[in-house]
Design a protein around this ligand. Structure first.
Ligand SMILES: CC(=O)N[C@H](C=O)[C@@H](O)[C@H](O)[C@H](O)COP(=O)(O)O
Length: 223
């Protein structure tokens, strides 16, 4: 898979929460030329798979008390995502403790034994190298800025994209805080095979808030 992957995710409390809305988002993304969809939870994954022909990267966000890992944190979660029909299963590929007490390496080994295609969501260069050595199929910069020890920047971490793309042989996805087509194109120039864009395409409340905030700043300047 190459090109633009649109992440279609909404959570309880968001106006577009629900598989029906996420499926429509996925169809709209495909009409616009998306090469893939990223989706959360077995219901959304199964519904989207029935409606689009592009590959689906599935994950399962699971917030378990006492654990920081939340993107498909256990082997069982990964198998649920796989059974729901995901073509690629995205998992947290940090070394933080996992709720099922399995190491990342054991989790990847079991998934690969089952022939499952794995995307490693990482927050640092070292985590990317480690994931590549474990035999994952894709590496994504998803978690940069979302672990306490990774780079904390407001922009997409294109430096991490470039470093990983030049160091590993598996495809690298640029993911996280990509807001403009120009940033997405820059990620490709830096070596990304895929660019995953979520909120900037599929979260209208976030897009609206960005408009409102910038408009308010301009008003404040002209007052
Ligand atoms: C950190 C985390 O939990 N990321 C999640 C991963 O699936 C999603 O909440 C993001 O929307 C996705 O990564 C796309 O990123 P952005 O919405 O910034 O384009």
């Amino acid at each position: 898979m190459q090109g633009l992957v649109v992440s279609c995710q909404a959570f309880p409390g968001e106006a577009l929460f629900g598989s029906e809305y996420m499926t429509k988002m996925a169809i709209a993304a495909c009409q616009g030329g998306a090469s893939g969809i990223r989706a959360n939870g077995p219901q959304d994954i199964a519904a989207i798979k029935q409606s689009v022909s592009v590959p689906v990267i599935g994950l399962m966000k699971n917030d378990l008390p006492g654990f920081e890992v939340r993107i498909t944190p256990t082997l069982e979660d990964a198998l649920i995502v796989h059974r729901a029909g995901a073509d690629i299963v995205a998992i947290d590929a940090t070394s933080r403790p996992r709720p099922d007490n399995r190491s990342l390496s054991e989790t990847v080994r079991k998934l690969k034994e089952l022939g499952i295609t794995v995307m490693a969501d990482v927050s640092t260069f070292e985590e990317g190298l480690n994931a590549a050595a474990l035999g994952v199929d894709y590496i994504s910069t998803t978690l940069s800025g979302y672990t306490s020890y990774s780079r904390q920047i407001k922009e997409p971490d294109l430096e991490l994209v470039a470093r990983l793309a030049s160091a590993v042989s598996v495809p690298v996805a640029a993911e996280g805080r990509i807001k403009t087509p120009e940033e997405a194109a820059a990620a490709l120039r830096l070596g990304a095979s895929l660019v995953v864009v979520g909120g900037a395409i599929t979260r209208p409340q976030m897009i609206t808030a960005a408009f409102v905030s910038t408009m308010n700043q301009r008003e404040a300047v002209s007052e």
